[in-house]
Design a protein around this ligand. Structure first.
Ligand code: XUL
Ligand code: CO
Length: 440
């Protein structure tokens, strides 16, 4: 990295110091080479830094202007600044020691006055990113297109009632797919921020949802044509910025993918705060997707129990991390997805080291979660209480039922011969106490 563009000069590579360390700029638990359940921590998490929150978001809110200082905003030329920003991003990512990053097209390069100017800007920054990936070894977890900031998308992108807007969205997705392929991106994300409605009275819901399906099939076909062999991901969210978003939650998106003939190419990118906004626990949607073979990737962050919006806090809840890592250990892990920190430091976190501290906290939380989860999933009492409950389906008529061999009349006969079932406790409190014992 060239010295003149060093943006975090007081911070060097974040070291691992272990659980006893009080150094805020060191890892306590994340040790990328440590083997847990047959894989290194680096492979378990495939952590990624989100370009938009970390390098583009000045932390303005509806009541005030941004508070973050961006030393990389040095020039009056937006393309020059995009280059400085990229230097800052790769410096940060390598000092933190994270293997991946994720971007929107507009995070990398400013929009131009025309589609071809925007494509030119993006291509120039992609060439630069490719070079920096080569030098640093940092890789692209996923790319995406920002189809929500520009005023033209106020009524939606793929679901816009105006066909011309749909075409503009397609042009942007085409360029973002080209960029993702050029940079070796392992996944491509669709987050439909404005794919929903503000009021049903001016909305033909079925037509909009079908147009979204057509749009995604066209994007998939183009991606496969240009050699993208990674996973396409949809990131559910129930609302914000729309009143109601069509990709509401994992179950809704799974239904949509099957109905729209997209289930072979698409999986889910699940974000903690989006799931809790939909009224589920983080673990609920992750488990649902994992058990359906549709878990693609995770946007790691956290909401606030007192707020009804997308606060995007950095994830520090150990209990949640344990839940998620138990699911991943029991269902084959997250690859080729990863854990992308779609999280932002608070508006009043204004020191340059706050961005490091926030990511270190998130990584250590999940690393601790993994170490604890590994012990829990091997615990005989846990296994018996959770899975042993279903032993009546393991053989005999229960197994015949699960293999589709019994009719409703058969089941009635079996009920009569078995008599009244025994009361079998669900042991919820015992399980909760058991988990807490491992969290000590
Ligand atoms: C918005 C959000 C997005 C997506 C990518 O809530 O999560 O940043 O992850 O567009
Ligand atoms: Co996200």
């Amino acid at each position: 990295m060239s010295h003149k563009n060093e943006f975090f000069p007081k911070i060097s590579k974040i070291p691992l110091e272990g659980p006893e360390s009080d150094n805020p700029l060191a890892f306590t638990h994340y040790d990328e080479n440590r083997i847990v359940a047959g894989k290194t921590m680096k492979e378990h998490f495939r952590f990624a830094v989100a370009y938009w929150h970390s390098f583009c978001n000045e932390n303005s809110d509806p009541f005030g202007v941004g508070t973050r200082m961006f030393p990389w905003d040095k020039s009056s030329d937006p393309m020059e600044n995009a280059k400085y920003r990229m230097d800052a991003a790769f410096e940060f990512i390598t000092k933190l020691g994270v293997p991946y990053y994720c971007f929107h097209d507009r995070d990398l390069a400013p929009e131009g006055d025309s589609i071809s100017q925007s494509e030119k800007n993006l291509n120039a920054m992609v060439a630069r990113a490719k070079e920096m990936q080569k030098v640093t070894g940092v890789k692209l977890l996923w790319g995406t297109a920002n189809l929500f900031t520009h005023p033209r998308y106020m009524n939606g992108a793929a679901t816009n009632p105006d066909f011309t807007v749909v075409c503009h969205a397609a042009a942007q997705v085409k360029a973002a797919l080209d960029a993702t392929v050029e940079l070796g991106g392992e996944n491509y994300v669709f987050w439909g921020g404005r794919e929903g409605y503000m009021h049903l009275l001016n909305t033909d819901m079925k037509r909009e949802i079908d147009n979204m399906g057509r749009f995604l099939r066209a994007a998939r076909d183009y991606g496969r044509k240009i050699g993208f062999d990674g996973t396409f991901l949809i990131e559910p969210k129930p609302m914000e910025p729309t009143k109601h978003q069509y990709d509401y939650d994992a179950a809704t998106v799974l239904g949509f993918l099957h109905e729209q003939d997209l289930a072979d190419d698409f999986k889910l990118n699940l974000e903690a705060n989006h799931i809790t906004l939909a009224g589920h626990s983080f673990a609920h949607d992750v488990l649902l997707a994992a058990q359906s073979g549709m878990l693609g990737s995770i946007d790691a962050n956290r909401g606030d129990a007192q707020n009804g919006w997308d606060t995007d806090y950095f994830p520090t809840n150990l209990y949640d991390a344990v839940d998620i890592m138990m699911i991943l250990l029991e269902h084959g892990g997250i690859a080729p997805g990863g854990f992308n920190f779609d999280a932002k430091i608070r508006r009043n976190s204004t020191d340059p080291d706050d961005l490091f501290i926030a990511h270190i906290g998130g990584m250590d939380t999940f690393a601790r979660g993994l170490l604890i989860a590994e012990k829990i999933v091997q615990n005989e009492e846990y296994k018996k209480l959770r899975y042993g409950r279903y032993s009546s389906f393991d053989d005999g008529p229960g197994k015949e039922f699960e293999t589709g061999k019994l009719t409703l009349e058969n089941l009635r006969e079996l009920a009569i011969s078995a008599g009244e079932p025994e009361m079998i406790s669900g042991k919820q409190e015992r399980l909760e106490n058991l988990i807490n014992r491992f969290l000590r």
